[in-house]
Design a protein around this ligand. Structure first.
Ligand code: CTP
Length: 398
């Protein structure tokens, strides 16, 4: 994933700058073209010549020197970069960026670039823990910068604590992992439903199911991270909606149906992970039901099948994915649902297993596709499965 990429490596004035030499070397070995910008402070620890030899490219050290390759060099480097890594990032550098300053080549380039930025803070642990530094870190993270957390250990100033720059190999892995998924869902609108529905009996009681919403929330979060625009329609759940998704809270199947139908036409991909109640109480009591009788009867009426309705309305180019929660005959039942509801894929879930289904952190599923093929996935966390599912769906689309 780094092969052929232009990586801008910013080096600021901390003792960990010596590790950046190895970082530059690893990036180059991974196939990247590495362009280093050093701050004045950094040059007290390592010489530009070292980086020039390691990267095979000129090293930028000032705004005011002779321009070598580029017309307006800071803009040229900002545009050239496919990604930026600042390692080490000192407290002083972090506050300057948090304020939007542009007083040297590195800060100026960073203000001008649209490439993803990674930064690895490294400093004394008291400086790191200081609320001022923490506030500045938050500003950069909120601004979309990818934070590479410092490690704990022995620091150059002689104390033990958090503030060490991670090893170069770990930084490369971090960047690789993040970039592998980054933005492969840009421009895609995803509608996800999650959690179970509550069907009211009276003002204080309802019929519900054991769905926690974990699978649907994980899918919404993963899609958002990969650049999609996400609408999450959720039944009652104890979970916090993922950052940045449009959240629509509903209670009953009927409310979920209304919300989903309203937004269905604008979505490219619809994933129905919700455990929708199949029945609702016909005559919901206006007042709390008193326990005057030894026996009471609730008459249940069938709910509309939302997914089936979507399958009938589906337009060309839209992808519809359903879940099948089964306790027996998993494959036959899932296949029947795939066909009946006109789906592109169904995620078949044996909810009788202890490590799968409702309210667990892991899941074991089989994927059935419209073209009749089937794929079995090993046990994995719902977060990992969310990413796997999205990758499979994207490949199915292409
Ligand atoms: N679903 C739906 N509306 C319903 C019931 C289910 O949209 N009223 C969706 C679920 O979100 C899921 C899929 O249909 O994606 C399958 O749900 P499941 O409960 O496994 O199957 P049902 O169709 O309800 O069939 P049954 O309960 O008889 O197994």
């Amino acid at each position: 994933m780094l092969k052929g990429k232009n990586v801008l490596l910013g080096v600021t004035g901390g003792i960990a700058a010596y590790k950046s030499v190895e970082l530059a070397s690893r990036l180059r070995k991974a196939g990247a073209s590495v362009h280093v910008i050093m701050t004045r402070g950094a040059q007290n620890f390592v010489t530009p010549l070292t980086f020039r030899e390691i990267t095979g490219n000129p090293v930028t050290t000032t705004m005011w020197g002779e321009v070598t390759n580029h017309n307006v060099e800071h803009i040229a480097l900002a545009n050239l970069a496919d990604l930026v890594i600042v390692a080490p990032a000192t407290a002083n550098f972090i506050v300057k960026c948090a304020m939007g300053m542009a007083d040297d080549m590195l800060t100026t380039t960073l203000l001008a670039t649209k490439a993803p930025i990674f930064f690895a803070p490294a400093m004394n642990s008291n400086m790191y823990d200081n609320q001022l530094t923490q506030r500045n870190l938050d500003v950069l993270i909120e601004n979309g910068w990818n934070f590479i957390p410092p490690e704990s250990g022995h620091l150059a100033c002689g104390v033990e604590g958090v503030g060490r720059m991670p090893e170069p190999a770990d930084i490369v892995d971090f960047v690789r992992f993040t970039m592998a998924f980054a933005a492969d869902m840009l421009g895609i609108k995803v509608l996800v439903t999650a959690a179970g529905t509550h069907e009211p009996i009276d003002p204080v009681r309802y019929i519900g199911n054991r769905s926690s919403g974990k699978m649907g929330y994980a899918i919404a979060e993963a899609a958002k991270k990969r650049g999609a625009e996400v609408i999450l329609v959720s039944g009652p759940s104890a979970l916090t909606p993922p950052e940045g998704v449009e959240f629509i809270s509903v209670e009953s199947a009927e409310e979920m149906r209304e919300a989903v139908l309203e937004r269905f036409s604008e979505a490219d991909l619809i994933i129905k992970a919700a455990a929708v109640a199949d029945y609702h109480v016909r005559d919901v009591a206006d007042q709390k039901i008193k326990k005057n009788e030894d026996e009471i009867t609730l008459v249940l009426k069938k709910n509309p099948d939302i997914l089936k309705e979507l399958g009938e309305k589906k337009r060309g180019g839209q992808i519809l994915v359903g879940f099948a929660a089964e306790t027996q005959n998993l494959l036959e039942n899932a296949k029947a649902k795939l066909e009946k509801k006109n789906l592109d894929m169904i995620v078949a879930n044996d909810v009788s297993r202890k490590d799968a289904g409702f309210n667990t952190d892991t899941n074991v599923v089989k994927l059935l596709y419209k073209n009749g093929t089937m794929e079995e996935l090993p046990i994995m966390t719902k977060h990992k499965l969310a990413d796997e599912l999205l990758t499979k769906i994207l490949h199915m689309k292409n």
